[in-house]
Design a binder for this molecule. Structure first.
Ligand SMILES: *Cc1c(COP(=O)(O)O)cnc(C)c1O
Length: 402
């Protein structure tokens, strides 16, 4: 959460006084808050269709179901992402294939090319910590090998790659509005797509198989049993205000991120991890690369002493594949009969070992992430830069000298 306040309170109060809390039932003359939010978010991102749902995980599930990923299909996911990316794949009966990340901690196009096989249906690049994945080579490979790209932009709402928003490059994209994301209504998410069939199937999946609502579009796809991931009017009221804050939040974060970079100049004791689009990334964090894990740990320890918000992606728990218990323990569902790891050839063939992605572990081990403050002043930026240089010196010093 970056910013929330009086405007959200007023929007929520107005909504509650109106006593209409259900997202459907709008008309062209009197759209619901959710109708309006979907329209505004789609227009902002440049997507034809938007479906607001109750979480980023649900948005991913809607994207996969909508795009026609089927049980037993393989879906490439990076080894560094929140576990939900891989679990959404399992949830629909498909099989996540662990794929390496590059030095910038984003899905590595080279390993994508290696891991695509005859059963691969989709690739899910993830835009982690406001950074953007290297989409162009990934889209090129996907086109050549006839697989779909579905973007997980849960941590990069509003970011862009080469001038086009994250989430809108592939067949479908997913955003999250949970408490820790750039925009928030506590919990929530949205799927965007410019494909009518994807949107219609996602609608059915998210609304218990609904084809019968008065304001439902005329369905061109057969109905099927779905679940309930519906958004609600209170969240929509909050999100419409949040969306108005988006560009302000992003420009402040980017300015401070780039300002800090500039102040660090050409650091001697560490380097900047590659960023695939410095103009379009969301700026929420900065990734610094050290020589090895020991140096990264020493850097982070010193940063903690200096009260600087720095972390070790290697230690970020469920964001690293080796900590994804349901995969490592091969428990892909609540019952083996529903578990693609037990019931499909693709699932049985996957070996989810903790050392499956050595390059990912090495990149993670060498990296320190620095959180960027939305309101940092010039003076605070000077201080942060000085502290980071100190951390770098500390990390690079021989152990005996510390
Ligand atoms: C937060 C997040 C999700 C899941 O979003 P929820 O709203 O928590 O369900 C998926 N992928 C990534 C990369 C995330 O950061």
């Amino acid at each position: 959460m970056y910013e929330i306040g009086e405007e959200e309170i007023e929007a929520l109060a107005r909504l509650i006084r109106g006593k209409k809390l259900f997202r459907f039932g709008g008309t062209p003359e009197k759209p619901t808050e959710t109708d309006l939010f979907e329209r505004e978010l789609g227009a902002h991102m440049g997507a034809k269709h938007t479906l607001a749902v109750n979480s980023g995980t649900s948005a991913l599930i809607c994207a996969l179901v909508g795009a026609g990923v089927e049980p037993g299909d393989e879906v490439l996911v990076p080894g560094y992402t929140f576990m939900a990316t891989a679990l959404a794949v399992l949830n629909i009966g498909a099989v996540p294939v662990l794929t390496e990340v590059d030095a910038g901690l984003m899905l590595d196009p080279l390993d994508v090319a290696r891991k695509i096989g005859p059963r691969t249906k989709a690739i899910v690049p993830v835009h982690m910590m406001g950074h953007v994945a290297d989409l162009e080579p990934i889209l090129k490979i996907a086109g050549e090998r006839n697989v779909m790209v579905i973007e997980d932009a849960c941590q990069c709402v509003g970011g862009s790659y080469r001038g086009k928003r994250t989430g809108t490059w592939g067949r479908a994209g997913a955003y999250s509005f949970n408490f820790y994301k750039i925009l928030t209504c506590g919990e929530g998410g949205a799927m965007v797509t410019s494909d009518e069939t994807v949107w219609q199937r996602a609608r059915i999946q998210h609304d218990t198989g609904t084809a019968w609502r008065d304001d439902a579009p005329e369905l061109k796809v057969p109905v099927f049993a779905g679940e309930n991931y519906r958004f609600d009017e209170m969240r929509a009221a909050v999100m419409r205000v949040q969306l108005k804050r988006l560009e302000g939040i992003l420009s402040r974060l980017r300015a401070r991120n780039l300002g800090l970079r500039e102040r660090l100049g050409r650091p001697e004791t560490f380097e900047f991890a590659p960023v695939h689009d410095l103009a379009g990334f969301a700026g929420t964090a900065m990734f610094l690369r050290l020589e090895n894990r020991a140096q990264a740990q020493a850097f982070a320890a010193e940063a903690a002493k200096q009260q600087l918000g720095a972390g070790l992606p290697y230690d970020s728990g469920r964001h690293v594949y080796s900590n994804w218990e349901p995969l490592i323990k091969r428990r892909g569902a609540f019952h083996p009969a529903r578990d693609p790891l037990a019931t499909t050839e693709a699932g049985k063939a996957q070996a989810y070992t903790v050392d499956a992605l050595p390059r990912t572990l090495e990149h993670l081990a060498r990296t320190v992430s620095v959180g960027i403050g939305l309101d940092w002043t010039e003076q605070q930026l000077d201080e942060a830069a000085a502290k980071l240089k100190l951390c770098g010196k500390h990390a690079a010093a021989p152990v005996s000298a510390q």
